[in-house]
Write a protein that binds this ligand. Structure first.
Ligand code: SF4
Length: 406
């Protein structure tokens, strides 16, 4: 029965293709909201070329994996997912398989994938996303030529990882998050937290020009009948504008967005605690359009660990900002990220983090076990914490948080 259903599905797709020339794509996205939004850009490129989205990899002419490198587990999952397509590609050799994202921006990882998965057609990184259309065209043209010549030549593959920091404005976007609209305001990060791979795979901070951001938001609002949510995206949104303007910061951008006419709500992520200013907190309090929620990643409640992490704030600086925020916005929904088991973290350091969680009473926390990332300073630190202890600590803190979750 299952086989029959599968065959019928294949035949229907084939007929559809013959008569309507419909081609399908399937994207699997790993990682953060930045990746979700970049997948919307890949979908935008494919939609502009006449492709439609499908829920099943089996039905797709193009299968894409948009990968994450923030933790080892995410990389392993992506590699496992790609590996499992070998059989499908053997059955349907015309399918195009592409891998992109933070994981493939690491040159050595891409070269390894290129070698171990010869059935993967396209590998590219975060820094040449705008070339995706040309990669697809190249592979499709190559396939067509080979079909015309009826020759068994070696198929073309793409492996392009570039190291450049661009801001690309002209990629189409196919929005997939309902009434929520992701809007990039800044790319990259200059902070170099010692555990984090982001500055290496996403480059230095580059803000988008305010005109482009405001225009994108105006268009979203103008073209929709229902109330929309705008979520501004950046690795560190509070750094917005520093690389472009002398007198125009994230705070000015928030105010300009709020001044746009129409029924919408505004939020943003992620804020670095060292960079969120009093002015931004005051704007959150004053502007009705800004949602009363803030994600402010503390990472650890121990000043010694924060220093080793190169976070450049202390628990005291952080709490000062939280107090000011709660004074101005008493009903703020505050959430955070916590890393347990950072190298050298003692029971005492961990207890300081637990105390902080009890003190701040977050509405939600995202707790992670520290995971070694290649070429970061923390990878080389001595006294890495035992995996069993990391497990215990992450479970403990998640349990502790349960009574405050909202
Ligand atoms: S602020 Fe730190 S944790 Fe966040 S992306 Fe930049 S380096 Fe990574």
């Amino acid at each position: 029965m299952k086989l029959l259903k599968f065959l019928i599905k294949c035949i229907v797709k084939k007929i559809k293709k013959l008569y309507n020339d419909v081609m399908f794509y399937h994207i699997t996205t790993f990682g953060c909201q930045m990746n979700v939004h970049e997948s919307e850009k890949l979908a935008g490129v494919l939609t502009a070329r006449g492709f439609s989205q499908t829920e099943n990899q089996e039905d797709a002419d193009i299968i894409i994996f948009n990968t994450c490198a923030i933790r080892e587990g995410a990389e392993d999952r992506a590699i496992g997912n790609v590996g499992s397509l070998k059989k499908l590609k053997k059955e349907f050799p015309n399918k195009i398989i592409a891998i992109c994202g933070c994981m493939t921006q690491q040159k050595e990882v891409s070269e390894r994938i290129y070698k171990i998965f010869p059935f993967v057609d396209i590998i590219f990184g975060t820094k040449n996303l705008e070339k995706f259309a040309s990669f697809i065209d190249r592979i499709i043209e190559d396939k067509q030529k080979k079909e015309e010549n009826k020759k068994k030549e070696k198929k073309q593959r793409v492996l392009e990882i570039e190291d450049r920091d661009l801001v690309c404005e002209d990629m189409p976007i196919f929005r997939t998050s309902g009434n929520n609209n992701w809007v990039n305001i800044i790319y990259g990060c200059n902070n170099f937290c010692t555990y984090c791979i982001v500055p290496y795979v996403r480059g230095r901070e580059r803000s988008r020009k305010k005109e482009f951001i405001l225009e994108e938001i105006r268009n979203i609002i103008k073209n929709s009948k229902e109330k929309q949510r705008i979520t501004l995206l950046g690795q560190n949104v509070n750094s917005y504008g520093k690389d472009l303007y002398d007198n125009y910061s994230f705070n000015e951008l928030l105010k300009d967005i709020c001044a746009i006419e129409g029924d919408f709500e505004l939020t943003f992520m992620t804020s670095h605690p060292k960079d969120i200013s009093k002015e931004v907190i005051e704007t959150i309090a004053r502007e009705d359009k800004i949602l009363k929620e803030l994600h402010l990643p503390i990472q650890s409640g121990s000043n010694r660990i924060l220093k080793l992490m190169n976070r450049r704030y202390t628990v005291e600086n952080y709490l000062e900002k939280v107090d000011y925020l709660r004074k101005l916005v008493p009903d703020i929904r505050l959430t955070t990220d916590i890393i347990v088991g950072f190298p050298t973290e003692t029971e005492e350091d961990f207890k300081a983090t637990c105390d902080l969680v009890e003190k701040v009473k977050y509405a939600g926390i995202f707790a992670f076990m520290y995971s070694k990332r290649p070429n970061t300073p923390a990878e080389k630190m001595e006294d890495q914490v035992d995996q069993k202890i990391k497990n215990e600590r992450v479970n403990y803190i998640l349990n502790l948080q349960k009574k405050y979750n909202k």
